[in-house]
Design a protein around this ligand. Structure first.
Ligand SMILES: Cc1cc2nc3c(=O)[nH]c(=O)nc-3n(C[C@H](O)[C@H](O)[C@H](O)COP(=O)(O)OP(=O)(O)OC[C@H]3O[C@@H](n4cnc5c(N)ncnc54)[C@H](O)[C@@H]3O)c2cc1C
Length: 814
């Protein structure tokens, strides 16, 4: 066994599949001074008892690409390392037992096609041909992914470890990390029972122990352990070695072939949390006691699907704990709390499938110092305050575990751990019929129920029950005025003598404007990709107020703080809790606001893109004249304790004029009509402002340096390989949800990044990038005939040259 060195450039904690894959990929990037520390033996955490199914389909293009990469890697790893992996590309079957599930599968197939993943729809009898032991009498259909497969988890991990060693990594087993050495807030070494190792970078790949390891370094890693069981049978007649893996989500179960028998597991709706008081010492190569009673609910379902199981001998019922997260996605990236400390954990029972790709992405993130591509769905910075409470995390995680195979409905909201964070208007809005959604723990009105309707979502793949109500809110914004409670917006103050210089470097747009100016800007990475998309208000010479989306609070704060150039005196402070935000939007916004303030709101005195502090009944309100819905309006940032009284005054003044409450679903439809981009879907680190059609918000022509400038300058001289565009379909029976595949003259050129219904223009609206390796100029973009694949059906669509809505045309067709 290797002895413990005194120093290493990178220390990876954990010798499961993720730690070994990260080390493997670091060495492939030329980082040879890598040390993996494992407290037990390699694979002895969750990895050794995984079932080994390797599926690839996820709802994000990049995460699907990561899983596709795992498959490519597993395909060649044995040859490369000489270590057997048990990899077999036998394909994956996914069943549908009802029409809604079939629609979901069709939409998944469309998503797969968008991302270049093969997925075929099958009839029940075609599915049976692939899996003859199945009873298919209740099937509506199925889908087959020929490139899915299965592997031996321990062997794959040992092959990755061997590959890492072959390129210079050191692996030390039976060496437990017990603490960290810190200098100036950065981890500079790890402490172990066998001595200390100094290092530049730490990577926490400690599986279900990762939360505890994080705590030792002051870092929140929101995951908890949950029991997960699968049964292994003796050989069953008719089980063929090349049978695909099988997922039967309506029955909550999965299967794979193993030595002539079957492995069968599933996701019960009443999962059992494990190690609530901490993981026992020495828990390596250890399983939990089999719980046949708890497994019975899955067994009953499995017997219906595979009647031969009734006669099969049961070899064992494996019960292994695994780490699960509150949103079902894994956790990757540099911790926002501490530079140089990375996390790769929380793999929600698909760590074998993700291992190759997640390790590669993490290694590239470490080597490059920034995410190598858009990894937002798994980025550690998607979490925030609620995730610091392990009880909250456990509650939500158990809900998500139980939903692992249930339908993932469009617009689905989760129920547990609510309400957690509420605005001062929560009670008033609830009394007014608000149906709330939740984001980063905040309750936010999605829509308002009127006329006796219950404020509750009823999910379907058709138009949902809130469709008409949202249409009315939309109409109020276009024709009169509406109030949106956006108190959950993240708000920061950048202060200090160098605040302007710092932001000037971080922002792509010119923010060094006079006090009172509002600048909409992107913040870029070194590749020119869009890391943040937000509003910057200069409130004093040395003070900027920054407003960004609720879900981006941790991400944007960390990005800004990390990119303040060294030596500048500028401090970033989170002031979210201090200000409630009410957005008053619509053609009558000025009339409503003038009724409650003496401030001059005329266009001359209060022009667009400016901010002033105005008084509303004695409350000092920071009013920002901007809009995300394409109407006249003000975002009112109100000291929290005044929020309710300001709301009440506005409501009293506005009600006679037709003022309405409106929610986030109306905002979405309004912004789609106006063409405003949404970060996380339409724009992200993979897209530059030029590609996104936001070049007008970049100060490239001014001689001011900023992060990402060089990449943009280079791009400005060459044809763009992708361009953001708007597509419409008039037929109201077509439902666009985003991720529909885009075809130009019959060739696949991209997919929709966001989509929905525009009530004013009475069209389905979708946005997406048109891609072409030879460049996308105007002739290419507007010269083609376009179609969208919607749930596997091709539908003709139109490409639009400009934003669909212009405030002059307030004509509503609900
Ligand atoms: C029953 C079951 C079935 C599963 N089936 C599948 C499947 O079919 N397909 C699939 O893709 N996934 C499956 N999984 C999930 C898969 O097993 C995990 O996602 C994966 O193994 C996680 O790997 P990891 O490297 O993150 O964690 P682990 O394998 O747990 O590795 C973490 C390592 O860190 C070490 N460690 C912890 N603390 C310290 C410390 N202080 N110092 C040093 N070392 C430390 C631990 O000893 C451990 O070895 C299944 C899981 C279970 C429980």
């Amino acid at each position: 066994m290797a002895s413990l060195p005194q120093a290493a450039r990178v220390v990876v904690i954990g010798g499961g599949i993720i730690g070994c894959s990260t080390a493997y990929h670091l060495t492939r990037l030329g980082w040879k001074d890598v040390l993996v520390l494992e407290k037990g033996r390699l694979t002895s955490g969750s990895t050794f008892h995984a079932a080994g199914l390797v599926g690839q389909l996820r709802s994000s293009a990049n995460i699907t690409q990561l899983l596709k990469y795992s498959v490519e890697l597993y395909d060649k790893l044995e040859e490369e390392t000489g270590q057997a992996t048990g990899w077999k590309q036998n394909g994956g079957l996914r069943l549908a037992c009802n029409e809604e599930r079939m629609t979901e599968i069709k939409r998944q197939a469309t998503t797969a096609h968008s991302f270049g993943l093969e997925m075929h729809l099958l009839t029940p009898s075609e599915a049976k041909d692939l899996w003859p032991l199945m009873d298919v009498s209740d099937l509506v259909g199925a889908a087959f992914l020929p490139t899915d497969g299965q592997a031996n988890p321990s062997d794959i991990t040992l092959a990755l470890a061997k590959g890492a060693r072959m390129e210079g990594a050191t692996i030390v087993e039976e060496c437990e990390v017990t603490g960290f050495e810190m200098t100036n807030g950065r981890v500079t070494g790890v402490q172990t029972g066998s001595g200390n190792v100094s290092c530049e970078i730490v990577v926490n790949c400690a599986g279900q122990w990762a939360r505890r390891i994080g705590e030792m370094a002051g870092i929140s890693v929101p995951l908890v352990s949950v029991e997960h069981q699968y049964m292994v049978t003796e050989a069953i007649e008719g089980v063929a070695r090349d049978m695909p893996t099988l997922r039967d989500p309506d029955r909550l179960i999965y299967f794979k072939e193993e030595v002539g028998g079957l492995v069968m597991g599933g996701y019960e709706p009443n999962p059992k949390p494990w190690a609530v008081d901490g993981i026992p010492q020495g828990f390596n190569f250890t399983l939990l006691e089999s719980d046949f009673d708890h497994f019975e609910q899955l067994m009953e379902q499995a017997l219906v699907r595979v009647p031969a199981l009734a006669e099969a001998g049961v070899k064992e019922l494996i019960n292994g704990p695994e780490s699960f997260t509150p949103d079902g996605s894994f956790i990757l990236g540099e911790a926002p709390e501490r530079q140089g400390f990375y996390v790769g954990a929380g793999f929600n029972a698909f760590g074998i499938a993700s291992g190759g790709g997640a390790g590669k992405a993490l290694a590239e993130w470490i080597a490059g110092g920034e995410p190598p591509m858009d990894l937002w769905p798994v980025d550690i910075r998607r979490f925030g305050r609620p995730h610091q409470s392990t009880d909250w995390v456990r509650t939500r995680t158990l809900e998500l575990y139980g939903k692992h195979y249930t339908m993932s409905w469009p617009f689905e909201e989760h129920e547990s751990g609510r309400p957690e964070r509420v605005s001062p208007l929560y009670g008033a809005l609830k009394d007014s019929g608000a149906c709330f959604g939740e984001k980063l723990g905040w309750e936010r009105p999605n829509w308002f129920a009127t006329n006796g309707q219950a404020p509750r979502d009823v999910y379907s793949y058709g138009r949902q029950n809130w469709f008409e109500a949202v249409g009315q809110e939309h109409q109020a914004v276009r024709e009169k005025a509406a109030l949106f409670d956006q108190s959950s917006f993240a708000k920061f103050l950048m202060v200090g003598p160098d605040a302007a210089a710092a932001l000037s470097w971080i922002c792509a747009n010119d923010v060094e404007k006079p006090v009172g100016s509002i600048v909409y800007t992107q913040m870029l990475n070194s590749r020119g990709g869009i890391e943040c998309d937000l509003t910057v208000v200069r409130v004093a010479e040395d003070q900027f107020y920054i407003v960004t989306g609720t879900g981006f609070a941790t991400h944007d704060f960390a990005h800004i703080e990390r990119t303040i150039p060294e030596g500048l005196q500028a401090t970033l402070i989170d002031v979210t809790s201090g200000h409630a935000t009410l957005s008053l939007m619509g053609p009558l916004a000025r009339d409503v606001l003038s009724a409650v303030t003496d401030a001059d709101l005329s266009n001359e005195a209060f022009p667009f893109a400016t901010a002033q502090t105005i008084s509303i009944g004695g409350a000092p309100v920071r009013a920002l004249r901007i809009t995300y819905v394409g109407e006249l309006g003000w975002e009112l940032h109100i000291p929290t304790e005044y929020a309710l009284s300001v709301y009440t005054k506005l409501w009293k003044a506005g009600e006679p004029l037709g003022l309405a409450n409106a929610g986030y679903r109306a905002i979405e439809s309004l912004r789609l009509e106006k063409g405003y981009r949404a970060w996380g879907s339409d724009i992200n680190p993979d897209h530059t402002p030029f590609e996104a059609g936001l070049g007008w918000a970049v100060k490239l022509r001014k001689n001011i340096p900023f992060l990402g400038r060089e990449a943009l300058a280079e791009q400005a001289g060459s044809p763009l390989k992708k361009r953001f565009a708007c597509f419409t379909i008039d037929d109201p029976d077509v439902i666009l949800l985003g991720r529909e595949t885009l075809y130009r003259d019959g060739e696949r050129v991209g997919w929709l990044s966001s989509a929905g219904w525009g009530y004013t223009v009475a069209k389905n609206i979708g946005y997406g990038y048109v891609r072409c390796a030879d460049g996308v100029d105007d002739d290419f973009l507007y010269g083609g005939g376009y179609e969208l694949e919607v749930a596997t059906e091709r539908v003709a669509c139109s490409i639009e040259r400009k934003a669909l809505y212009d405030p002059a045309m307030a004509r509503i067709k609900v």
